[in-house]
Design a protein around this ligand. Sequence first.
Ligand code: ADP
Ligand code: MG
Length: 367
Amino acid sequence: MKLKKIGLTNFRNYGDLELEFDKNIICFTGLNGQGKTNIAEAVSVLGLLTSFRTGSYSEMIRFGEEGFFIKGEFFNSSGRDIEVVISYDGNIKKIMYQNKRITRFSEMWGKIPVVYLIPDESIITTGPPAARRDFCDRLISLTDSEYLQILNEYNSVIKQKNKVLSEMKAGISQSSELIAIYNSKIASAGSGIYIKRTEFIKNFLPYFVEIFDFISDGLYAGNIIYETIMDEKDYEKSLSVTLREQKIQEIKRGISVIGPHKDDLDFMINGRSLRKFGSKGQHKLFLVALKLAGTEYIKSVTDEYPIFVLDDLYSEIDEHKSLKVAKILDKDIQTFITTSNSRIIDQLDQNVSQLFRVDNGNCTAVF
Ligand SMILES: Nc1ncnc2c1ncn2[C@@H]1O[C@H](COP(=O)(O)OP(=O)(O)O)[C@@H](O)[C@H]1O
Ligand SMILES: [Mg+2]
């Protein structure tokens, strides 16, 4: 997937901006606070409909304005043009895909795949299990709309069950049968999630292992292990039994604690837990490899490389590693890079790159 034109109106610190792209590497450089990440954000909002910085469209409206408008003209690997227009008037989101109004995010999910690597994502390797589940859930959803559906269904049952559990804990209600109904839904949707997650890991892992080996100069062997307290031979049965056994416990705690929303991914480096023993540099490298492997995974399933957004290049990787990353991205993956480090200019090959200088909401082409 490639973005060939983007238009922003009253988006973040841009009044009116229109840029055209005809190369694979598109780099934005400039001092901090000038609007580089804002452009990267707009690119990913066009593809994913959500921002990597905020859950609120209002924050993206230019200060003092009433709404924003962004437009992207893409083309995919079969040469088909795709137009996405998103407008927000401070009240209503209007998303147009090929001139057709999209009313649910899921209708467009995965149509314009975008993989991003942004500074605060270190949470994926260092943070709580939820961050790792989210990483894996997002990648699967991008290529499998059925998964998104099961996941939404599952989350909505957990939410309903939590409400009842907290009422039971407070002694407001006595809905024991309701819990049994929720538990049976949790067991079936939950095992569906487990099956798709483990299938994903099986397919994703070879890409990850190869890339991690390559960018670490052969130093690190990576591995990812799905971690659950369930019996993996029959996840559904085990989940169902555990839910029954832990029912009283869950009521006591007033919250649902059994199911794949508690599973984790164990990231391993040279046979040891990254989270427990990894250095800062190893964490960063692991994350970079995870993201790069994501692009290969998406390509393997959809036959389309995603757009890659690399915000703040040198905050994640040093120059030597960034050359290796560039080698991986060289396979016709359109990549948007932001960096305040002007040394990037010497590293860019003008035949395949475009460089823009960003200065206080103005963006001008250097080459
Ligand atoms: N909604 C908004 N309206 C106008 N300006 C904004 C808005 N949100 C952020 N900004 C401005 O954008 C700038 C930061 O842009 P950013 O893209 O993060 O910078 P950087 O070039 O460091 O990546 C700041 O000056 C900030 O005040
Ligand atoms: Mg930035």
